[in-house]
Write a protein that binds this ligand. Structure first.
Ligand code: A3P
Length: 324
């Protein structure tokens, strides 16, 4: 991909010979937004992210106290980063203090993107993070570094209705790489999404795997949805705190966290309106509408039907349903 506006993990620079050898053995596809995607352990990645995934798998060592936020892109990662950061560090950074880190720093800079950080180098130092360490990943459960699964660290997984995920991704891509996405028909992008051929995809396998893991091991994996978070944010924040072993005693603190991390508050902050991440992405790109069912503005009924039918087919018998 030629455009310099494209962030590092969507570009294909700085690859080691080892990555190049691996790439040559993997199935590849021309993707929407990226010139080439590679299928590794069932998921589709850009070249740079693939290098990050392999480095992360080889070098990341989880601590028992770590907290891993797992999502697919556009499922509410930024929101969850803010909520989790605020709740686990509320003693160190009181929410009512008026100088909370979230007021001056984009959530992505407080919660590192694991395989993103490993894209450039195998030597990544997460030791400076406040304890407990909170990190974020888009990896499938089966691709997580072994130590995440073997240690006692906790995983919070958030998923979102696939129609809103697709639409959010569609708009994000247009903002990120306007030239590359300009003439790409939505029908074609949606078809690829439904076939699972999207960065991070397949959507359904990713969600189902964490869903089943959360049933099997509810003390290890907490499964939440963007939709239930929207509907009852306070209750969900309490549930996440209990899962993480830091339950609330004061109701006041919960509502302060909910307010600080709301779309309305975060999207109005200067740092999230004007800022840029080191990888070049404008922070405002992570705050668009923040609604459930917002897909209706973008998707025709017939395109929405295609996603619905795929969802029914893939989720059939799992007990998992989306209501929007
Ligand atoms: P929309 O594009 O539908 O508005 P991610 O953080 O995983 O990239 O997801 C981005 C989506 O989450 C975007 O959805 C964005 O607007 C929404 N979002 C960001 N911050 C939010 C918040 N504080 N509350 C609710 N939604 C939020």
């Amino acid at each position: 991909m030629a455009s310099s506006s494209v962030p590092v993990y969507l570009r294909d620079e700085n690859l080691t010979q080892e990555t190049r050898d691996l790439l040559s053995s993997l199935p590849s596809e021309k993707g929407w937004l990226v010139s080439e995607m590679y299928q590794y352990e069932g998921s589709w990645h850009t070249q740079a992210v693939l290098q990050g995934v392999v480095n992360c798998q080889k070098h990341f060592e989880a601590n028992d106290s770590d907290i891993i936020l797992a999502t697919l892109p556009k499922s509410g990662t930024t929101w969850l980063e803010a909520l989790l950061f605020a709740l686990i560090h509320r003693k160190k950074f009181p929410v009512s203090s008026g100088n909370h880190p979230l007021l001056a720093t984009n959530p992505h800079l407080l919660v590192p993107y694991m395989e993103g950080d490993y894209c450039v180098s195998p030597d990544v130092d997460f030791s400076k993070l406040p304890s407990p360490r909170l990190m974020q990943t888009h990896l499938s459960y089966h691709s997580l570094p072994v130590s995440i699964k073997s240690s006692s660290c906790k995983i919070v997984y958030c998923c979102r209705n696939p129609k809103d995920v697709f639409v959010s991704l569609w708009h994000f891509g247009k903002k990120l790489a306007p030239q590359e996405t300009a003439d790409y028909p939505m029908e074609k992008a949606l078809e690829a999404f439904c076939q699972g051929k999207f960065i991070g995809g397949p959507f359904w396998d990713h969600v189902l795997e964490y869903w089943y893991e959360s049933r099997k091991n509810p003390n290890k994996v907490l499964f939440v949805t963007y939709e239930e978070l929207k509907k009852q944010t306070g209750d969900m924040v309490k549930r996440m705190a209990e899962f993480l072993g830091c339950g609330f005693t004061a109701e006041e603190e919960v509502s302060e966290i909910v307010k600080l991390c709301s779309f309305e508050s975060l999207s109005k902050l200067e740092v999230n309106k004007q800022g840029k991440l080191p990888n070049g992405i404008e922070t405002s790109a992570f705050f668009r509408k923040g609604e459930t069912g917002g897909w209706r503005d973008t998707l025709s009924e017939s395109l929405a039907d295609i996603i619905d039918r795929t969802t029914e087919e893939k989720f059939g018998g799992s007990g998992l349903k989306f209501s929007f």
